[in-house]
Ligand binder design. Sequence first.
Ligand code: NAD
Length: 419
Amino acid sequence: MSTKANPYENFLNVLDSAAEQDGISLNEYATFRFPERELTVNFPVHMDNGEIKMFTGYRIQHSSARGPCKGGIRFHPDVDMNEVRALSAWMTFKCAIANIPYGGAKGGITCDPSQLSRQELERMTRRYTSMISPIIGPHKDIPAPDVNTNAEIMGWLMDTYSMIEGYPVPGVVTGKSLDIGGSLGRPEATGRGVMLVASSLSQKLGLDIKDCTFAVQGFGNVGSTAALLISQLGAKVVAVSDHTAAFYCADGLNIAEMLDYCAGNNRVLSGYKADGVTEIDKNELLYTDVDFLIPAALENQITEENVSKIKAKYIIEGANGPTSYEADKILFESGKIVIPDILANSGGVIVSYFEWVQNLQSLQWSLDEVNNRLSDLLLKSFNEVFELSQERNCSMRMAAYIIALRRLVRAKNTRGLYP
Ligand code: NAD
C-alpha cells in the first residue's frame, strides 16, 4: 500500500472519466470537483495526567445539492484534509446512487484513540462537537460513525449538540444507541449491504454462493458483520484479518466464534486459535486465492504496485476508497468485477437515512421494516448500476458514478445558481 497517494485526486480522476464517458460538460459538473465548505478546528483537551493536549479535527461538506450533508466521523492518526475531502465527496456520490435525499460530508480528528482513556475520548469528542456545531444540525449536516467511532461516541455528540441548542436533538446524528433514538438494524447495516450485493452479484453471474469462497480484510463493524452474514448464507469465509493478525481455514472460519473471541480480546483478532486454522501474514490476505475479496479496512489497499497479485475474481469494496484509480483500470481490463464502495457499502448510510426519518417523525420501525426497506433500496441501485455497466461495457464503478452524476447535475440545474 502506498501512503503517498492523495485520495481526493483518485476521486477527481474517476469523476472526470465518468463525465467524459457520459458527455457531461465541465460547466455542468465543475461544482462537484470542489467541496462546498471546509472547516478545520484546533482545540485543547484535558488529559488524565493534567497535561493539555492540542488536537486537529475537520468537517468537510462536499455537496448539499440533493439535501442536507451526511457523513461519518473518523478518529485515526492518518486523518488529514485530503482524506476527509475524498471521504466527503464519496458520500455525495453514495447518497446520489442510493437515491436518498442527502448531500455528502465527512469529519475526523487526527488522533490515535487506542492511546486515549475513555474519559479523554469523551472530552475530545465533546470539544470537537462544540467546535463544529455551527455547521451541523438535523437539517444542515448529520454525522455518523466511521473508523474508530461508535454508538457511544455518537451519543456524546448528540448530547453535546443538544446541550448547546437547549433541547434534545436526536436527528443531529445517526448510528446512536436505541435508547436515544437509534434505529434497529443500523449497527449491522453496512455489513448487511455488503452481503446483499455479494449475493446479488453471484445470482447475476449464475453462481451458487454456497460454492464460493471469501476473504475479508478488516474485522471491525463492516468486515466482521459482512463475514458473519455471508457465512450464514452458507459461503466459506476462508480468510479474515484486522490490523493485528490474519487467519485462514480452507473449510471456512467460524466467524461467530471469532466475533466472540474479539469481544473478549479488546476487539482484536491477535492470539486467536482454533482447530484447522492457521495464522497468515496479514499483508498477504489480499492475495488469498478466493472467489470474492472484501477489503473492509481502510483506503488505498489495492494499487498499481500490488494489483497483479490479486487472485480473487470479484471484489466487493466494503471500505471507502480501497482501490486506486490505476489499479481499478487494470482490474477491469483483466476481467475482474469490482462492486464499488459508493454502492457496496451504502447500506450504512441508507439505514442512517431511515434513522433520521424515524427521528424527525418520532417513530420507531421494526427490524423487519428496516431490513426490507434496506434491501429494496440497495438492490434497486445495484440493478441499475449492473445494467448500465453491461450496456456500456464499463466497470460498475464507472456506471455508478455516471448514474450518480446525472442525478447530481439534474438537482443542480433544477435549483439553479444563487444569487
Ligand atoms: P472499524 O473501526 O469498526 O474497523 C476497521 C477494521 O479495519 C478493524 O478491524 C481494524 O483492525 C482493521 N484494519 C485497520 N488497518 C488494517 C490493515 N492494515 N489490515 C487489516 N485490517 C486493518 O471501521 P468500520 O466502520 O468497519 O469501517 C471500515 C471501512 O468501511 C472504512 O473504510 C469506512 O470508511 C467504511 N465504511 C464504514 C461504514 C460504517 O457504517 N461503519 C459505512 C460505510 C463505509
